[in-house]
Design a protein around this ligand. Structure first.
Ligand SMILES: Cc1cc2nc3c(=O)[nH]c(=O)nc-3n(C[C@H](O)[C@H](O)[C@H](O)COP(=O)(O)OP(=O)(O)OC[C@H]3O[C@@H](n4cnc5c(N)ncnc54)[C@H](O)[C@@H]3O)c2cc1C
Length: 298
């Protein structure tokens, strides 16, 4: 499917389309060039039609949520991007459960669950991004991860459109899942456990405060660069190898937390990725395999 046809499709569906939109604008790390096409549906009813048409036409594309876990090459990129953010995301609460659209911001969902005295996401206070990205990455912190409360997912699947599937159809691991292999997440159903709201609020605030003091929140970052290897902290390994605060051009590992890459302003993909690869090789030389947690699109 060529880009002209995709532009026509977007026009027909009144969906934002661009050939020149730099991903840097939409990624928290601020590194990434323009994809072959950039589509942003304005509402969920447009999204299903877009995905079915792109699959039918064999268009190469990737799905972007909040962009808080990604770095992309400086471009031009060979694939297209469909951005699922700000589609009017709704949360529908009922008793101890909620159905949330995939574009709902995670801080809004976690905050509202705590406000309602529902336990399960209170450790995730302050994790950025969307519900879609959180489910796909199985985001988590301080003893919670989203798969712990996930009951079902609404998926847009190739050739089928939207279907609800139970969470048990999918495998969730530390910072990963196989959900995106089946389709695009349009929403999910979460079921919580009622708990003392004051205790939940205290845990939520504690998680946020801990991030404020140990992570470079005010900088352009994409969260943890590497997953923690079993029984070890990636940040400590990088620190011991001398990478805390180390820079290449305008990219550098944070002086506050070595496992956070920071864009100090105008960092290039070459510098950022080069520095990460250098650190990964150094760890490998010290007998530790570091696997990327942050996704790299190129
Ligand atoms: C300062 C900071 C702190 C962080 N702390 C944590 C932490 O403590 N714990 C943690 O787990 N993460 C953390 N992160 C990483 C990040 O916030 C999470 O991984 C988040 O859940 C990613 O969501 P997103 O919407 O931004 O996803 P994106 O970065 O947009 O995408 C991530 C992946 O999900 C896919 N995806 C996104 N939406 C959909 C969808 N609807 N359907 C199919 N695929 C989709 C993308 O294709 C991509 O593969 C942190 C990030 C930052 C910047």
């Amino acid at each position: 499917m060529d880009v002209e046809r995709i532009a026509d499709l977007a026009k027909g569906l009144d969906c934002f389309f661009s050939r020149t939109e730099p991903l840097a604008r939409h990624l928290s790390l601020g590194i990434g060039g323009a994809p072959a096409f950039y589509l942003r549906p304005r509402a969920w009813h447009q999204a299903e039609g877009i995905f079915l048409a792109l699959w039918e036409g064999n268009a190469e594309f990737r799905v972007l949520g909040g962009g808080s876990n990604l770095m992309a090459a400086d471009g031009p990129l060979s694939f297209g991007v469909v951005h699922l953010a700000r589609l009017g995301g709704h949360m529908r609460w009922e008793g101890n459960s909620v159905e949330a659209d995939a574009d709902v911001p995670m801080p809004a969902l976690a905050g509202e669950s705590v406000r309602r005295g529902l336990g399960g996401l209170e450790g995730m206070g302050g994790i950025p991004g969307t519900v879609g990205g959180a489910v796909v990455m199985n985001a988590g912190a301080f003893g919670n991860d989203i798969s712990g409360v996930l009951a079902g997912v609404a998926l847009i699947e190739p050739g089928r459109g939207m279907t609800w599937r139970p969470a048990s159809d999918f495998a969730f691991a530390y910072r990963g899942s196989d959900v995106a292999r089946a389709g695009v997440l349009a929403g999910c159903r979460l079921t919580f456990t009622p708990e003392d709201p004051r205790k939940l609020r205290a845990r939520f605030e504690e998680a946020k405060a801990s991030r404020d003091t140990t992570q470079p929140w005010r900088s352009a970052t994409a969260g943890s660069v590497f997953k923690n290897p079993p029984g070890k902290a990636a940040g400590r390994i990088l620190d011991e190898l001398g990478y805390k605060g180390k820079r290449r051009g305008a990219a550098g590992f944070s002086a506050l937390h070595a496992n956070f890459l920071v864009n100090h302003g105008g960092a290039t993909f070459e510098d950022a990725f080069g520095l990460c690869e250098e650190a990964r090789l150094a760890a490998s030389g010290a007998g530790v395999t570091l696997e990327y947690e942050m996704e790299i699109w190129r």
